[in-house]
Write a protein that binds this ligand. Sequence first.
Ligand SMILES: NC(=O)c1ccc[n+]([C@@H]2O[C@H](COP(=O)([O-])OP(=O)(O)OC[C@H]3O[C@@H](n4cnc5c(N)ncnc54)[C@H](OP(=O)(O)O)[C@@H]3O)[C@@H](O)[C@H]2O)c1
Length: 326
Amino acid sequence: MEYTTLGRTGLKVSVAGLGCGGFSRLGLGTGKSEADAIRLVGEAFALGVNLFDTAAVYGTEAVLGKALKALPRDQVVITTKAWIPRGSERSAGERAIASLDNSLKELGTDYIDVFQLHGVSPRAYDHARDAIAPVLLDQQAKGKIRFLGVTETGSGDAEHEMVQRSVDDAVWDVVMVAFHMMHPNARTLVFPRTIANGVGTLIMFAVRNIFSKPQRLKAELQQLAAAGKVTRWLGHAPNPLGFLIHEDGGGALNVTEAAYRFVRHEPGVDVVLFGTGDREHLRANIAAILKPPLPDTDRRMLAKYFGHLVGVGLDPPVYMPGLNLH
Ligand SMILES: NC(=O)c1ccc[n+]([C@@H]2O[C@H](COP(=O)([O-])OP(=O)(O)OC[C@H]3O[C@@H](n4cnc5c(N)ncnc54)[C@H](OP(=O)(O)O)[C@@H]3O)[C@@H](O)[C@H]2O)c1
């Protein structure tokens, strides 16, 4: 494993972080058992992964907590999230504290390394900063939180409007950002500013469905070609990203590997989150994230074909339609 510093938090984190949400939810979302999920977390740690990202709404905090019981707490970085929608009888601050306390209980720990507000839309940002963050800073002073972060909504905020604002507000030390081969605009809109301000970055959506399900990729490219957004041959090619797959010159073994390698080597990317419930995928993804960058010629082709795309492939989980919190 390789390690890096998560921005100004100073936390030493593995460049590959295990995401406990997404469609897999450590395998709980794909029919695996809790025992399988616990084993997967242990294997990830044995392979050097020390950052685990979960959230109250994922339903994986408790299982992650059980898995972490076997691991040294000071060698693990736990990032979790609270989703605080507007409009409720209790104040947003009270709900944030309740969510934090519940996360501590579920995870079986007395502090969260990075506590994030989950899926903050541009419209909700002022409220998050002015009404919720001060309450969380009190909790930080009590030692229940080490650092605060925000995560964006994905498809609801494809231009990263919320994160672009948050990076200038000193309260958030970490941001979670969507970035991948066909949605690369964080390269210009986000990373120059996170680097300048020392804000740590956790990257989501590196693979999701679009680079793990060939039919999903083909369907997307057909639509994009029909809309004139990508060159026409990509819309009917049997293996549209085949140009990335070649044994010579450091090419990728498959599309998923290419997708993780693409994200990993982008300046400004600290941790690539990958979600899986599959032991083979766990190993393959860590290996991919530790491989060198894709060859220059392949990266140039990606920039030519897809560099202009925005908001592609940011699928919300099927069980929470309209809510892109996973
Ligand atoms: N707004 C937010 O806060 C937000 C939104 C989205 C994501 N996130 C975070 O980011 C994490 C990562 O996102 P993600 O879960 O979508 O992860 P991802 O790495 O982008 O995609 C993982 C998907 O691809 C499959 N997969 C993984 N490795 C594979 C491989 N080698 N070959 C084929 N298929 C593979 C997984 O299924 P298998 O189980 O079959 O491997 C899973 O369905 C989440 O777990 C969560 O922590 C946060």
